[in-house]
Design a protein around this ligand. Structure first.
Ligand SMILES: [Zn+2]
Length: 666
């Protein structure tokens, strides 16, 4: 039995009467190969996953202690005296790092980390009120809740984050149970969820969370327990949006006045009628992910229609080349169509992660490679930029241009982003492969070894490459013979290998960005050394055969440096180019370019070369060539210069100088 099925079976045994597996009407037609069945071996992601495990996770746990986030739970538990400190949503930072730690434990046992989680869980259990309610901001001193929390439970759901916090707890509790088999945290989550089932719903209290997240958490609880009521509650919270204003209204001078806007929290229309990505971009991305879960797990076609429409809007009008989303800093929100400022770009790390969650879900729903194209663009660029190479400095915003002086921070007062990266990285191996029936999908070119069962036979897939630096990917497929079999094992199935859109002359799905010029080469597919015509279906090269040990599929992707232009409607990028090589977007940074980057112009005719620099930024391919310095004095001619560009994700690791992704063409 593979990951999810085995997990349901474990739960079925442990949960006793709680578990009614298989009650839901449907699930995603495509199933990811669980990251616990995939061993990453590559030189690009593995060091980052290791840094995340050894530096980032312990660092954030320490910061949660030092900033009073854990103490809030101790105070709510009666173990410590004093008022609630920090933001009303700080509980979520604890839950998110517990989720990260749990994923890490699944592939790397660590008794000390496991003990630290047990200790935290004991405190969280004591902080939970007898009926299941959990929100330290109120429990510590119910008569004096902090600003925004609302006078009573649920009285200010637009602002309070009561449901947002526990949504993260559900995700963490499921991860912890999967990692350790221990029920303590899951029981806390289920007690809370049961309390919500008795509180919210048709004929009970109505309302919706101002910040989405619980929908994703409830879908995970449903998957873990088979209790379909959780799924119905997720759908209820989504369907409540767009019908009425709830909670408090604030005067214009209040820092909370932003919450008066229905658009800000996606309450301007019922979700099924929403056609445009608007408002706070993290909320939106979490909502779209929750909608995808509802679409798949309830089998609702109108939900599928709604999220497909929203995706088209996003990729054709509102997404940055880096996969980042959210243009407006002051409201952390989407801008209008084509409003994509580079220097002021908000592009929160959490929004990129939410966009990755959503695109993965759309792939699992539709099995189309275009969603993996967007996912790949996000993870190699606008998401990975969120954490430093050292693992302990972070970006909240990921702009595409800097005039200098903008750098990474050790932590934030609103610290959603660091723990979000920390939980994404260890689960990344779960995005590489997927299944649908006997078909096997390869979405990401991350060297790894995956063990799966096809037609009841064990098959090992080994992927080797120097991606994203080089474009040759070797995929060995090996059916494993049972010990008693004398003959070589043979298994017939179809392997779908993603042919990235960028290798087919499409910079990113949608028509926002296009490559300039023609490609010099096409992808080449070889089977056991012999080139074959690519049989393309939904963006995948389809290879069907009776696989035997020794079979190798080799894919060669053209790794030229391509110039990218944006649609003319994007005023900020007019007459500019960006550089892309493979999945990576490049930028010029002052430190490589004589202390300045914003005066570099790149003429169309300038030749570009790519070279691997093993000693730079952990080893990167840099792009260089001749460019011009735009004249500073009136009428002075542009001076010829050479320039060096680095992968965007790696900027701001050597000081906080100027940086630009988009360069003037003249
Ligand atoms: Zn964030």
């Amino acid at each position: 039995m593979e990951g999810p099925l085995r997990f349901l079976a474990i739960l079925g045994v442990l949960a006793g009467g709680l578990c009614v597996a298989g009650q839901g009407p449907s699930d995603y037609p495509f199933e990811p190969v669980a990251f616990t069945s995939v061993r990453v071996t590559d030189a690009f992601w593995l060091p980052r996953i290791e840094t995340n495990r050894t530096i980032t996770i312990p660092y954030i746990m320490k910061m949660n202690e030092e900033t009073g986030r854990v103490d809030n739970f101790r105070k709510a538990a009666g173990l410590l005296k004093g008022p609630h400190t920090g933001k009303r949503y700080n509980d979520s930072d604890i839950f998110k790092i517990m989720e990260a730690a749990s994923y890490s434990l699944m592939v790397h046992p660590d008794p000390a980390l496991e003990k630290a989680l047990d200790d935290l869980i004991a405190v969280i259990g004591k902080a939970q009120e007898p009926d299941g309610y959990l929100y330290t901001a109120r429990t510590i001193d119910p008569a004096n809740p902090p600003p925004g929390a609302g006078a009573e439970r649920w009285s200010n759901l637009r602002v309070s984050h009561e449901l947002y916090n526990v949504g993260h707890m559900y995700e963490a509790a499921v991860a912890h149970f999967q990692a350790t088999g221990k029920r303590a945290f899951l029981d806390i989550a289920l007690k809370n969820a049961e309390f919500l089932l008795g509180t919210f719903g048709p004929g009970k209290r109505r309302g919706f969370p101002g910040h989405q997240e619980i929908e994703i958490g409830l879908a995970k609880l449903y998957r873990a327990t088979g209790n379909y009521s959780y799924m119905e509650l997720a759908r209820f919270f989504l369907d409540e949006r767009g019908h009425y204003f709830q909670g408090e209204s604030y005067p214009p001078e209040s820092p909370f006045s932003i919450y008066n806007s229905d658009e800000y929290l996606q309450n301007h229309k019922p979700v099924l009628r929403q056609e445009e990505a608007v408002g706070h971009s993290v909320r939106a991305a979490y909502m779209f992910s929750g909608m995808a879960d509802v679409a798949a797990l309830t089998g609702s076609p109108e939900y599928v229609t709604a999220i497909d429409r929203l995706w088209e809007n996003l990729v054709s009008k509102k997404m940055y080349l880096t996969g980042g989303i959210g243009a407006k800093g002051e409201t952390e929100a989407f801008g209008d169509a084509y409003e994509l400022p580079n220097r002021e770009a908000y592009t929160e790390t959490c929004a990129a992660i939410g966009n990755a969650f959503w695109n993965q879900r759309l792939f699992l729903l539709h099995g189309d490679a275009k969603y993996a194209d967007v996912l790949e663009k996000i993870i190699y660029n606008g998401l990975l930029s969120g954490v430093s190479l050292s693992g302990d400095r972070f970006f909240y915003q990921n702009p595409l241009e800097s005039a200098g002086g903008y750098g990474r921070s050790p932590f934030f007062e609103v610290a959603c982003c660091p723990a979000n990266v920390a939980r994404f990285l260890p689960s990344l191996p779960g995005y590489i492969y997927a299944r649908s029936g006997d078909d096997v999908y390869l979405n990401l070119f991350i060297p790894s070894e995956a063990a799966l069962s096809v037609r009841e036979k064990k098959v090992v897939i080994r992927q080797a490459s120097r991606y994203p630096w080089e474009g040759t990917i070797r995929i060995a497929v090996e059916p494993v013979a049972k010990a008693k079999d004398k003959t070589n094992a043979k298994v017939e199935f179809t392997l779908f290998v993603r042919i990235p859109g960028w290798a087919e002359n499409e910079a990113v799905p949608g028509d926002l960005y296009r490559f300039l010029g023609e490609p010099e080469a096409q992808p080449v597919l070889k089977i056991n050394g012999k080139a074959v015509a690519i049989d393309l279906e939904r963006g995948y090269a389809k290879v069907r055969r009776a696989w035997v040990k020794g079979d190798v599929v080799e894919l060669s992707l053209p790794m030229e440096v391509r110039r990218v232009a944006a649609k003319e409607d994007v005023v900020e990028d007019m007459d500019k180019v960006a550089l892309q090589r493979g999945p990576l977007v490049y930028c010029v940074e002052a430190v490589d370019n004589g202390g300045k980057a914003l005066d570099i112009a790149l003429p169309d005719a300038a030749a570009l070369t790519a070279e691997f620099k093993p000693g730079l930024l952990g080893g990167v391919v840099v792009v260089s060539g001749k460019a011009c310095r735009t004249g500073t004095a009136e009428g002075s001619p542009a001076a010829e210069t050479t320039f060096t560009a680095i992968p965007y994700y790696a900027w701001a690791n050597r000081g906080n100088g100027e940086m630009a992704v988009w360069l003037p063409r003249k």
